[in-house]
Design a protein around this ligand. Structure first.
Ligand code: ZN
Length: 152
């Protein structure tokens, strides 16, 4: 069984290890809305103590889909396909996706994903509040002088 392990924690961070990608299918959770067991999915907000995003690691078995369409109330989602290929459907639009595909879906988009490959499809999904980003890319960053501990 895959298990999230703490690597290190401090005043300004939380570092965890979710295990190698090939073990993510061993995660399971009880879905809070329908009480059913969901396999191949783990949410990271609690483990990372995130305050602006919810990230999940997800695995869809070969020749399967999520078995439901869903929308969100406030959050947009960005799906990053790491392995496998198949189809992504949003509303009535359906298109092929594969390793390297990145799909942002607005809250209202009715979404589902299907794996048509013979191997697991592995992806990361990032939820964040739609229109919450103010400064981004390099605008929000600021270089500071600090010494690297790995050089000591
Ligand atoms: Zn979602």
């Amino acid at each position: 069984m895959s298990k999230i392990e703490d690597i290190s924690t401090g005043k300004n961070y939380m570092a965890i290890n979710a295990g190698s990608m090939d073990t993510w299918k061993e995660y399971s959770m009880i879905h809070p809305k329908n009480g059913k067991t969901v396999s191949g999915k783990v949410f990271l907000k609690e483990a990372t103590r995130a305050t602006g995003t919810e990230i999940s690691l997800d695995v869809i078995p070969p020749k399967a889909d999520l078995s439901y369409f869903h929308i969100h109330r406030k959050n947009e989602e960005t799906y990053i396909i790491l392995k496998g290929h198949g189809y992504f459907q949003i509303d009535d639009d359906c298109f092929p996706v594969e390793e390297g595909s990145i799909i942002r879906v607005a809250p209202d988009g009715k979404r589902n994903i299907r794996n048509i490959s013979d191997t697991d499809m592995i992806y990361i999904c990032i939820q964040s509040k739609e229109n919450s980003l103010e400064e981004y890319s390099t605008d929000d960053g600021e270089r500071v002088v600090h010494s690297a501990k790995w050089d000591l």
